[in-house]
Design a binder for this molecule. Sequence first.
Ligand code: FAQ
Length: 318
Amino acid sequence: MSDKEIKSLEAIFEARIARDEKIEPKDWMPEKYRKTHIRQISQHAHSEIVGMLPEGNWISRAPSLRRKAALLAKVQDEAGHGLYLYAACETLGVSRDELYDQLHSGKAKYSSIFNYPTVTWADMGAIGWLVDGAAIINQVPLCNTSFGPYARAMVRVCKEESFHQRQGFEIMLKLCNGTPEQKEMAQDALNRWWWPSLMMLGPTDAESIHTEQSMKWKLKRKTNDELRQQFIDQTVPQADLLGITVPDPDLKWNEETGHYDFGEINWDEFWQVVKGHGPCNKKRMKDRVNAWENGAWVRDAAMAYAEKNEKRKLKEAI
Ligand code: FAQ
């Protein structure tokens, strides 16, 4: 294709984005648009899949049958989210095997938040309340993202995340209305998950390398700092309702801006975790790779079954 032809296709593409039209897999798109979508959607998919591990740790230790059923359902939902997202990503011309390989070889990123340990039952409350809470704030705008398959996957994901957030908040509420020891557990979980939840929304806008272009292409509809502020403004009153304290001495309502001011985030910790040096990075990868390897016989059996069925159908057709 000549430069002139590419320029004209680019102009048509940009005009479609400006009109808020959805871009579909078979439409022409700039190579950079395709690549940045593969990057973000696959990182998102990997996060959902690795995100099952910290909570999976508590399924067999949930304090009641009701809690176990809800947690099990939540973790299964995360698997489903990962699968929709991998499917959306595949429409951009990358194979599932390539994506898995990128995750298992450590080449692909997944959310920093899942590299922290889940040490008490209250962490199941804090993850649902804070991590799913941050995920919803991040993902509701993505229901309106410019790439059709990603936007459509996000609609169902957000509905399910909403249930996850509520089950987490309800765990926190129960603990906060329980014995002093239970309330202390809830406070301790908030202390440990608060800052990583703020980091989860990505580096500051000044440090974010992709935000500017992704906002132009309407892949991202809000910047990292906007999402973070929205999360803080929404979550602090919920902590007040629970009667526990957000671990930030600089947190203060600002009448003028109509938002909470908050303290300095430890970005050094964030980048350390992103680079693989968080408390659980190595364990998460080891568990993921083991799960993949131990599941090989299931994939082989499914393939053998599909081939056998195919042969049977062919025989019947003759
Ligand atoms: N962790 O230029 P930006 C969930 C990387 S799903 C690790 O700002 P961007 C559900 C970034 O990739 C949670 N790396 O990047 C659940 C880039 O590196 P690269 C996941 C991070 O893409 C709940 C570099 O830093 N959600 O929680 C992180 O414009 C409970 C520069 O950053 C999504 O993925 C991080 N936190 O903005 C499951 C939502 N932040 O790629 C189980 C979709 C940034 O150049 C239990 N994604 N980096 O090598 C997004 O909205 C965006 O990708 C951001 C980052 C906002 C995460």
